[in-house]
Every structure is written in structure tokens, then in C-alpha cells.
Design a protein around this ligand. Sequence first.
Ligand code: IPE
Length: 267
Amino acid sequence: MSTKGRIVIKLGGGLITNKNKVKTLDKDAINKVCKVIKILIEEKYNIIIVHGAGSYGHILSKEMKISEGINHDINDKQIKAVKQIREDMRELNNEVIDSLKRVNLNSTGFPPSIWAKNIGKEFIGDISIFEKKLGEIIPICFGDVVERDDEKEFGILSGDDLMYRLSIEIPDVNFTIFLLGDVDGVMDKPPDNSDAELVPIWNSNDSIRTSHNSEVDVTGGMDLKLMRASEIAKKIDNVWFLNGDRPERILQLVRTGSTIGTKIKPQ
Ligand code: IPE
């Protein structure tokens, strides 16, 4: 079956959960995106889904300093927390799988804790399992706690690093899309400023003030997303940050080549 290409799409943790309250889900947001994914598949795009953690991962990770690696003073608690976070991430993944099922799409989650090691964009792991054909299952992965082969022993592999390797290494990718919650794309100031404006085209020479909420976020927040996105843009023409609460914009983008959101340009 001939396809129009492949879309790698990230459902950010801030879109699918309420980031500040432990394990609170935004089911409506997930369902709305899954309906659009159904249409993209009907329009002959192959899809790879990545999702973030939001309140299913960041809060406990922060509390137990999981991203800093093993800490011998609290290691018993850390071991329990690692198990818990991995379980919580699978639970969140199942919510995405169920939502896809509701629109008759079959998907499978591949938890990075099983197949990936090390953190950052050079993480180790065979990503060829994500290279599916149209009509086969939709592969999903997500930010997760993974083993590290240095003295830190474990760390957090962000969905943004997964986005990088999936977009760069899997063939036929023509769109890489980061879906955000509550915001139309990259803003010129932290979005809680009432005069913040959308930046329609961004490259890494444009300085913007991001609000990295390090109170909650244990990966790199918006700064990491932007860095990875501009690296992806060196290879992929269409790298976009869109408002996940308005998923119809994804359709407008793939049909017309443009929409409301931020297009990321290479350096
Ligand atoms: C974080 O993944 C994973 C854990 C905290 C376990 P991401 O970095 O992809 O998550 P979001 O999108 O910021 O929530």
C-alpha cells in the first residue's frame, strides 16, 4: 500500500495530564488527538506515537531524585519509586492505547525500560521495531526510567530524545510534530504572560524566554524540546510545535503545508 509518508508525533505530558497533580489524566485531550490520528491514517500516513509523562512521571521522579541517578542515602526508596514510575507510565500508555481502540486503531506500547539504555539523544536501543507499515499496529513509546551503564545506574530517557532518533533514523518521516497543552506553539515569553505572542517560525538563533518549570519537570522542559526539534529540522523539513487541544491543525498542516503553530527551522 503506498503511503504519503510517516508522521512522528509526541503527545506532551502537559497535554495528556495535569502536570501539577499526581496521576491526573486529560482524557478529552487524548481522545481528540486519537480521532485525528485515525483521519491521518485514513489519509495514508504511517504514524509513530511518543508520549510524555506529565504528572504520571515527573512528580515522583523529582521527589526521589531519579534523574540524578543512584543516591545511596535513599536507594531503597529510589528502587521502589523506579518500579512505581515504570508502572505508572504503562498505565498512562494503556490510556492512549484504549483511546486509539475507541476509534478502531490497534496499537502496541514498547516501554523503553525494556529495550533502551542510557539517556539523551545517543541512548542505546534498537528502534527498528517502530518501522511499521500502513495497516500494521501503531507503535507507541514514552519517556521512561531506563538503566544507565555508568555509575549513575538509572536515569530518565525523555520522549524528546526518542523523538530525535525516531525522526532521524526511521525512513520516510516527513512530519515531526510536538503537541503541547494549552498553548498554540512556541511563545516569545513564558505563556503565563498575558502579552506572550506566538512565534510562527523559530530557529535556534532566536532567543526566547522559556519557563522551565524545574519544580515539576525532571527532564529539560521546553528548552530540551526546542534543542531536539532544531536538530531534527536539519533532516526533516516539517518540524512543528502545535496546540494539542486543537488537533485539527495537524490535518490543516499535512493537507496545506501550514497552520497556526511554530515551524522549527534548522540553525
Ligand atoms: C519524562 O518524559 C519521563 C518521566 C518523567 C518518567 P518526557 O520528558 O517526554 O515527558 P513530558 O512530555 O515532559 O511530560
